[in-house]
Design a protein around this ligand. Structure first.
Ligand code: MRU
Length: 346
């Protein structure tokens, strides 16, 4: 199929979950072979699987791995354990709402099948996880189709972090138009921010786009302003971990700065967001829980000490871009202004 297939971050194989260990990319391609919910929790926490939709997919399979071990034979006892395992998995990372969305969806399926024998409920849970993954591929392709209507052949487009095939079932969200443009013979010039401190842009986006034969240029985060001033990019498109009801968007740290720069240079700033990343229960960006990660990601980037011993560090993994900087949010249901997001269910 597409070049994205070989980089599938999440694979279900018979009775086990295979996760591409993204901490080793781009130099090693190694799949973790997981059979326990605890292993999936750790893979999410340690960024071996990352990116909001991929976290959701991994969580769905991870919850199945936990559920299949439940020995209870009556539904009430079974449900109590499902809730326990779901709550546990929900502690793996706080910001990407897809994690909670996927867990809720699996719980909903369990409730729907409540009248059936436990063995059949367990099978239904696995079916649901497989469907979440299949659906994500369709969703990403549709987002790509819509996003492509905002771009033109020959354009330069900047992206931040990895909203790519490695973060989804295929295509990515914000990278989907790049893959579709390639299929159509367009010549987009993609600029990928390296994305300090964990370098998802350098290690993952630059890698997967290069593998797919897409014209991609890697820049350090602090070069985005110059690239815009030099008119090398005519649009910015990023992914998201959670869109609040007022259209504020949480995404990888550094996104907010890119949005401000884009506005200063008169460049449209688009967010690609599957409905699974839209959280109408969270009123504004200020209500989105922002993960703080270990100091070592900054003091020991890629394992080498680059800061003094015992230095104080602040390491928020995400920031919130206020709705006023966002030109449009591209979903699988169409393209919306940030202020229209609250009505999206209509
Ligand atoms: O910490 P990460 O690598 O999970 O952060 C990922 C991002 O911020 C992505 O941009 C976001 O999840 C969108 S993925 C389609």
């Amino acid at each position: 199929m597409t070049a994205t297939t070989t980089l599938a971050p999440v694979k279900w194989e018979e009775d086990r979950l295979l996760l591409l260990d993204q901490t080793l990319l781009p130099t090693q391609t190694l799949y973790l072979d997981l059979t326990k919910i605890e292993e999936v929790w750790a893979a999410i926490r340690h960024l071996q699987v990352r990116g909001a939709p991929a976290i959701g997919m991994a969580a769905a399979y991870g919850l199945y791995l936990g559920i299949r071990e439940i020995e209870a034979t009556d539904f009430d006892a079974f449900w109590a354990q499902v809730e326990e395992k779901a709550s546990y998995l929900a502690t793996s990372r706080p910001t990407a709402v897809n994690l909670f969305w996927a867990i809720d969806r699996i719980k909903g399926r369990v409730q729907l099948e409540a009248a059936k024998p436990i063995s059949e409920i367990k099978q239904a849970v696995l079916d649901e996880a497989i469907e979440i993954q299949a659906e994500d591929e369709r969703v990403c392709r549709t987002i790509g189709e819509y996003a492509l209507t905002l771009l033109q052949d020959g354009m330069g487009v900047l992206t931040h972090c990895n909203p790519g095939a490695l973060a989804t079932a295929a295509y990515g969200t914000a990278t989907a138009p790049f893959y579709l443009a390639k299929e159509r013979g367009w010549d987009l010039k993609v600029f990928a921010d390296e994305t300090r401190p964990v370098l998802q842009g350098a290690r993952l986006t630059a890698y997967e786009l290069q593998q797919a034969g897409i014209d991609v240029t890697l820049i350090c985060d602090n070069m985005a302003a110059v690239v815009m001033a030099q008119k090398k990019v005519q649009a910015v498109i990023v992914g998201t971990d959670r869109v609040a009801a007022n259209g504020d968007v949480a995404n990888k740290i550094g996104t907010y700065g890119v949005a401000v720069l884009a506005q200063a240079h008169g460049i449209p700033f688009y967010v690609a967001a599957p409905l699974s990343s839209i959280d109408l229960e969270t009123p504004t960006g200020a209500d989105i829980p922002i993960e703080e990660r270990p100091a070592e990601e900054i003091t020991h980037g890629l394992g080498k000490q680059v800061a003094p011993d015992n230095i104080q560090v602040y390491n928020p993994a995400f920031d919130v871009t206020p709705a006023k900087y966002i030109t449009a949010i591209v979903t699988e249901k169409g393209i919306f202004k940030p202020e229209e997001i609250k009505d999206i269910q209509k």
